[in-house]
Design a protein. Structure first.
Length: 86
């Protein structure tokens, strides 16, 4: 089994990025999908089963992180709005 992670941030999306994949049918600024599955195909099937607008063809075109779950590791970290001090 693996963990499949897709993330797409469109916060600074512009017309020059018109060919960029759109992972979900809803308007979004930041889309994250995390799925546990045996294969990429199964992960995509699980997202479709949710009927929440996930677009399979665009998910296939967008890079995803694959994390095997047979050993310890960090799955996800994020800092939003961090202010970096000198």
């Amino acid at each position: 089994m693996n963990i499949y992670v897709w993330r797409h941030n469109k916060t600074y999306h512009s017309h020059s990025m018109i060919e960029e994949p759109c992972l979900n049918s809803e308007f979004y600024l930041d889309a994250i999908a995390i799925v546990v599955a045996s294969s990429l195909e199964e992960a995509l099937e699980k997202l479709v089963e949710q009927k929440q607008g996930w677009r399979v063809e665009d998910l296939k075109a967008h890079p995803c992180t694959v994390i095997p779950i047979d050993k310890a590791g960090v799955v996800f970290t994020e800092l939003r709005g961090a202010i970096h001090h000198l």
